[in-house]
Design a binder for this molecule. Structure first.
Ligand code: ARG
Length: 464
């Protein structure tokens, strides 16, 4: 089959090269962006008198038909036309004849692909933000139900201090809030319309870039044509933001995996979100969490692919840049899949508050509170710390906890202990008294939830 460039060439493309060079297998997903961009471009060409108005109209209606046919599954793309841009152009010319050949006036595939990718990424970022907000809502709802579900907080995976499940989950909600802010920021920065950059040095036609920008809903124009076709920073930024997001999802997945184990048994996943074993009849596995943890690597892989792909490229377009597509698509698909399954899995998860509390009452997580008790009675904190260390050591020997010691036991270590020590050691008190901003006290966590909900409202208002 004769290529577009057959005039310049003496031979046909080798079949292996034909396949190797082609990107239609994956960039076909850009069909809508490609057609939308072409409609705006053709309309502008007509308005500027670069092509006849009636030609522009014919092109636009041809493109609209192609779009409808693609959506109805009636179109088969061909490897021979390499990518989505040439496939659509070929289809147009087949359908409307020679007028179709005027569409590519004043444009290059280099600025065309730059435009399509930006349109696509803009749409996907908005969708991903929506999915994150969904998950944040699930975190807030679960937190509201579990404001007083006392559990141990850990450092070095050793029981450390008392907290609540709500407090714990709102930590993740805050991470996700930053993820939304990062993506929003990426969206804001990438909102430049590149069409009109041409192959690299713009064009001599009297095009109206601002008209196209407005048609396509971009905030600004790219300000340098070389940059316009060479820039993939926003893809890197996106994959970097998505990597951080996946890292957060992976950390929470890891926690849930641990909490599902018999060693913890803090939570139970719904049967619909768990899997069994092919040999061990007793098993109920948190495969979904493990897959999310595992898939994080793919998104990091996309980021590394893009950074490496671009680092040695001279300006402007190089074919290496075709490799941006699968990296970006894979990162986006992975993140969306993970968020879509995580939110309902999380919402249907049940808590074993009894086990959380049991774990909280072992491991001396109120030892700091005990030291604080002495400090409040006037003992310097370092001395109080040592005194409680001795108490803990005695408890370990006698297989006791601080709250099971008698007043006499306390008195033998320090005369400052009084009967009010038991209230100070009570886990509910320990949590309730941590009421500074950021702490786990139920009222304070309510404030944290309200703040996240307020943040989310901003976006819900935009969506409506
Ligand atoms: N399929 C190409 C890509 O994805 C489109 C741009 C082609 N430009 C070119 N000069 N070969 O990057």
């Amino acid at each position: 089959m004769a290529k577009l460039w057959a005039g310049r060439f003496q031979k046909e493309t080798d079949l292996v090269v034909n396949d190797f060079n082609s990107s239609i297998m994956f960039d076909c997903r850009l069909y809508k962006e490609d057609i939308t961009g072409s409609i705006a471009h053709a309309t502008m060409l007509g308005k500027q008198g670069i092509i006849e108005e009636h030609e522009a109209e014919k092109i636009v209606s041809g493109l609209k038909e192609i779009l409808a046919d693609i959506e109805a599954g009636k179109v088969e793309f061909s490897l021979d036309y390499e990518d989505i841009h040439m496939n659509v152009e070929q289809l147009l010319t087949e359908r409307i004849g020679d007028t179709g050949k005027r569409l590519h006036t004043g444009r290059s595939r280099n600025d065309q692909v730059a435009l399509d990718m930006r349109l696509y990424v803009k749409k996907e970022i908005a969708e991903i933000i929506g999915l994150i907000l969904n998950f944040m809502k699930a975190l807030c709802d679960k937190s509201k139900e579990n404001l007083d579900a006392v559990m141990p907080g850990y450092t070095h995976l050793q029981r450390a201090q008392p907290t609540t499940f709500a407090h714990y989950m709102m930590a993740y909600a805050n991470m996700l809030k930053r993820d939304v802010m990062r993506l929003d920021d990426c969206l804001e920065r990438m909102d430049d319309m590149p069409l009109g950059s041409g192959a690299l040095a713009s064009t001599t036609y009297p095009i109206d870039r601002d008209f196209v920008r407005e048609q396509l809903g971009f905030a600004r124009l790219t300000d340098n044509s070389l940059d316009g076709v060479s820039d993939r920073d926003y893809c890197i930024e996106l994959c970097s933001d998505l990597s951080i997001l996946m890292m957060h999802l992976s950390r929470l997945s890891e926690e849930i995996i641990s909490w599902c184990s018999w060693e913890f048994k803090f939570v139970e996943l719904d049967d619909a979100y768990s899997t069994g074993s092919s040999i061990m009849p007793q098993k109920k596995n948190p495969d979904v969490c493990e897959l999310i943890r595992g898939k994080t690597g793919r998104v990091y892989g996309s980021l590394t692919t893009l950074l490496t792909m671009l680092k040695g490229l001279p300006l402007a377009y190089n074919k290496d840049m075709q490799e941006d597509k699968e990296a970006v698509f894979n990162a986006i698909d992975t993140v969306k899949q993970c968020l879509e399954v995580f939110a309902p899995m999380f919402s249907t998860m049940t808590l074993r508050k009894d086990n959380m509390r049991k774990a909280a009452s072992k491991g001396f997580i109120n030892a700091t509170d005990c030291a604080d008790y002495l400090t409040k009675k006037g003992m310097p904190f370092r001395d109080a710390y040592k005194t409680v260390g001795r108490l803990v050591s005695e408890c370990i020997k006698a297989d006791e906890t601080l709250e099971t010691l008698t007043l006499k036991d306390f008195g033998a270590i320090s005369k400052m202990f009084g009967p009010d020590v038991y209230d100070a050691l009570d886990l509910n008190t320990c949590v309730r008294e941590r009421k500074v901003i950021g702490g786990p006290a139920p009222d304070e966590v309510k404030r944290q939830i309200a703040k996240i909900e307020k943040f989310m409202e901003q976006y819900e208002a935009v969506e409506q």
